[in-house]
Design a protein around this ligand. Structure first.
Ligand SMILES: [Zn+2]
Length: 375
């Protein structure tokens, strides 16, 4: 099955934005698409029966946050490093990450498993941190580590259990708008700052530690690659396949970019590299929290092109730009919804381009297998 299937559907006039394969404004161009209403119905009536399975740590808990990372429905807008300060206009070191959140958004004490109480101290630095909280005792393997939350509207000092609310987002101090500035200081000093650990920002926003990604699926490129590779046929040269000669779903033009004029002669190491650099990375599948969404992302990017994945995934974004599936359980539900929509999209595709009907059975088998895998 060629990965140009959707690209050629798009060439029929669905959306210039998708053809160019850039995110962001894609949804606007899709309003006329007949299946959007169907998808909206599917995605926004997510199944309430899907729940986090466990609260055990997963390997990504400790990764340092950077700009653009999605965390619990928010996006990290500014990361740790030198930048031009938005108020002073001077180059200065930014010691934490920022997320835009409305004033009054509650903030919760953080603490890793085994921590019963943390201490919250409050201070005020007008023109700088504003009202800020220092949280200590959150990391049992490093008692000197502190976390700082700045620009708050409310800070209540005291002893807290992880998950209890100690304050609220605001815009005090040197701030251009309501946001949370979140810092991690491994030895408690300003000099020791590191990009805050994923778990800490997740917990200060939601009050919970991130759920384990999945009980039965592992995450990351290799897990998705193994599944998708197993679903791709070998060498194919079907006359109706608009990608032309295809090997493991990789069309000739892509193979050519990687030095093979005939895709069917590529060794698996090249297939793997192409899957990673042409699909996994540009579709940003690794940014999802759950194995389910990572797999749906990757397999859809391989099957429909990266632009096709963006079309499907944009439907999961709210108008205000927050990624819709904020929590892992919602993300898993959205993965199921997108897999379901893919199945329905095939009928649309065949109506638009009847010569593609010859592929319908294979497409459906693959989509059903994906749906089963992520359910
Ligand atoms: Zn900041």
């Amino acid at each position: 099955m060629a990965n140009t299937n959707l690209e050629s559907a798009l060439a029929n006039g669905i959306s210039k934005g998708i053809r160019e394969g850039v995110g962001g404004a894609i949804a606007d161009g899709l309003v006329g698409l007949a299946t959007v209403a169907t998808l909206a119905a599917i995605v926004f009536n997510i199944s309430p029966s899907i729940k986090p399975t466990s609260t055990e740590p997963d390997p990504d808990w400790n990764r340092g946050l950077k700009r653009g990372d999605p965390v619990a429905g928010y996006t990290v807008g500014s990361d740790v490093g030198y930048r031009i300060h938005p108020i002073s206009g001077e180059r200065a070191f930014h010691a934490g990450v920022d997320i835009a959140a409305p004033t009054g958004t509650p903030l919760f004490a953080v603490g890793l498993p085994g921590v019963e109480r943390v201490r919250v101290d409050c201070g005020n630095e007008p023109g700088r941190a504003g009202i800020f909280a220092t949280i200590s005792g959150a990391n049992p393997s490093n008692p000197s580590q502190t976390f700082l939350a700045m620009h708050l509207s409310v800070c209540n000092p005291g002893e807290y259990q992880p998950g209890e609310s100690f304050g609220k987002v605001g815009s005090t101090g040197g701030s251009t708008g309501p946001h949370l500035h979140w810092e991690s200081r491994p030895d408690g000093t300003k000099e020791s700052v590191i990009p805050p650990e994923y778990w800490s920002l997740y917990q200060v926003i939601t009050g919970k530690l991130p759920p384990r990604l999945s009980s039965n699926l592992s995450t990351g490129f290799d897990a998705a690659y193994q599944w998708t590779l197993g679903k791709e046929g070998g060498c194919s040269d079907h006359p109706a396949d608009r990608g032309g000669r295809t090997y493991k779903g990789i069309i000739r033009s892509v193979a050519q970019r990687h030095g093979y004029s005939d895709p069917c002669t590529m060794p698996e190491s090249t297939v793997r590299r192409i899957y990673e650099t042409e699909y996994w990375n540009p579709a940003r599948c690794g940014e999802w929290q759950t194995a389910q969404m990572q797999l749906v992302c990757f397999d859809t990017a391989v099957n429909f092109g990266v632009g096709g994945w963006q079309m499907f995934s944009t439907q999961g974004r709210r108008r205000d730009g927050h990624r819709y599936p904020a929590l892992p359980r919602e993300e898993r539900a959205a993965a199921v919804a997108i897999a379901q929509w893919r199945l329905e999209f095939r009928d649309f595709r065949v109506r638009e381009a009847p010569d593609q009907r010859v592929f319908l059975r294979g497409w459906r088998n693959r989509d059903r297998a994906l749906l089963e895998k992520v359910k």
